[in-house]
Design a protein around this ligand. Structure first.
Ligand code: DC
Length: 229
């Protein structure tokens, strides 16, 4: 019998270390990496480029039928392509981050992106790591391993600030923290699929833990679960 790929759900707020941890795990395990936040970011970018209001459900629904998102690992980085164009940097500007949070609160967008997220994971030959906010609760409630990463808000903002700085985006730490607090509130309070840990997710707090330790903890649990499957 054909077994479906091994599905790992990694959820949590911005800056909790999901991207870094997911990237390393995917490389070590030979799994596909599906950055679902990048998918919402692509929808937001396309809507902004086309001058579509971020609460216009009719036009957003129509846009979803035309959006093509794909990923390609280039060296150490997971590049994101929107309609064939590499938009890895453009989707991460502060304006687009806020826009992504806004479109992600629209049920039409969440519903419309479900099948794409599932398809990208299920087409992986061996396994897939999906990182996001609602993977363990909505996208794959029956994931083979579920984690919820968290960390103190100031630590998360500092990580995000350093990440932006490395990418050449100049933004003060206090602006990054202010944006993050607003996004956290919006993501956790929205009516559909709010940010919250699945009941059966293992919660890992990385406030005082280097991300290499977080990777180790998750990897051990995933390997144990693979061997029990
Ligand atoms: O993980 P990120 O910061 O790149 O995500 C961008 C936005 O997309 C974030 O504000 C919340 C939203 N998002 C979501 O609602 N559900 C997901 N599974 C992933 C991201």
């Amino acid at each position: 019998m054909n077994q479906r790929p091994f599905i790992v759900a990694i959820d949590g707020p911005a800056g909790a270390g999901k991207s870094t941890v997911s990237k390393v795990l995917a490389r070590r395990l030979g799994f596909a990496l599906v950055d679902t936040g990048a998918i919402y970011r692509c929808v937001a970018l396309k809507a902004r480029r086309e001058g579509i209001a971020l609460d216009d459900d009719g036009k957003l629904g129509e846009l979803l039928g035309r959006v093509r998102v794909s990923f390609e690992v280039v060296g150490e980085d997971n590049h994101v392509f929107l309609d064939g164009e590499d938009v890895s940097a453009e989707i991460r500007t502060p304006e687009n981050s806020m826009a992504a949070s806004q479109v992600s609160s629209r049920p039409v967008v969440r519903e419309g992106l479900l099948s794409l997220q599932r398809r990208l994971a299920l087409q992986a030959p061996k396994g897939a790591i999906l990182e996001g906010r609602d993977i363990g609760t909505v996208v794959f409630p029956d994931a083979d391993a579920k984690f919820f990463l968290e960390a103190d808000p100031t630590i998360r903002a500092r990580r995000r600030y350093e990440e932006l700085f490395q990418k050449g985006v100049e933004r003060s730490l206090s602006d990054v923290l202010t944006d993050q607090v607003k996004r956290d509130q919006d993501d956790a309070s929205r009516a559909v699929a709010p940010l919250k840990p699945a009941d059966d997710a293992r919660r890992v707090d990385s406030t005082e833990l280097p991300l290499s330790e977080v990777v180790h903890t998750l990897e051990q649990e995933i390997l144990a679960r693979i061997s029990r499957r």
